[in-house]
Design a protein around this ligand. Structure first.
Ligand code: PLP
Length: 228
């Protein structure tokens, strides 16, 4: 068993039932993905559209690709034919473009609303109020080729576990509020995507059901600049 398969198995073995593990393979070569694939992993996360497209072209077709990074509207077309989920929707304009591209391929693309919960200013995402405003405004209901399936967030990068826990709790509270207000009878609205390599145990204690793990599976990431 390879190191990647070993890490993967250690993580999967301790996951509670019903938790989706997204193996974050960004900047890692396709060969690393294939190792995880042969270890049983099928869901992978990428944050560059072209990189995801290139990998999709050469890797097994039963892989489910989750987009997890800031997505520019003009890049949606590269992933619309095959992407399983876009976890990082942060505007109505992006949602409209995903809908437009998905329609061309006769698909419905499941999306998560990315919430800016961390203290770092550099992170992307909707504030809690922007998220509620977007849903309240209501034009998303007309988009027939997207689905809003839940929310995603990235906690502050810190040693302060009580801050991380508070951020996860506020994501969970937002999820509950949004579910009750807009998606009460919609079973698809069920994704609570929080937790990465350093904080996923905490995330699971705070009701996450989708964790996105990169370095704990694949080791240190090559730099973005190492991509050709
Ligand atoms: C890179 C990334 C991850 C994985 O980070 P690790 O710390 O390597 O587990 C998870 N989520 C998002 C949105 C990312 O960009």
């Amino acid at each position: 068993m390879s190191a990647i398969q070993n890490h993967l198995q250690n993580i999967t073995n301790e996951l509670p039932q019903g938790v989706t593990l997204v193996a974050v393979s960004k900047y890692h070569p396709a060969s690393d993905i294939l190792e995880a694939y042969h270890g049983g992993q099928r869901v992978f996360g990428e944050n560059l559209a072209r990189e995801m497209q290139n990998k999709h072209d050469i890797l097994p077709k039963d892989i489910q690709w989750h987009f997890i990074g800031h997505l520019q509207k003009n890049k949606v077309k590269y992933i619309a034919p095959f992407v399983s989920m876009i976890q990082s929707v942060d505007s109505i304009q992006l949602l409209q473009e995903i809908d437009r591209q998905a329609a061309k391929h006769n698909r419905i693309i499941p999306c998560l609303l990315q919430i800016h919960v961390a203290q770092e200013q550099t992170k992307f995402g909707l504030t809690f109020q922007e998220c509620l405003d977007l849903l309240e405004e209501g034009s998303w209901r007309q988009l027939t080729h997207i689905r809003i399936d839940g929310i995603m967030g990235i906690a502050t990068h810190t040693e302060d576990t009580s801050l991380i826990r508070k951020e996860f709790q506020s994501l969970n509270n937002l999820f509950k509020q949004v579910k009750e207000t807009y998606f009460l009878n919609d079973d698809n609205f069920s994704y609570k995507s929080w937790g990465m390599s350093d904080d996923y145990q905490l995330a699971l204690q705070e009701n996450s059901n989708t964790i996105r793990i990169g370095s704990a599976i694949f080791g240190n990431r090559p730099s973005k600049e190492s991509l050709q």
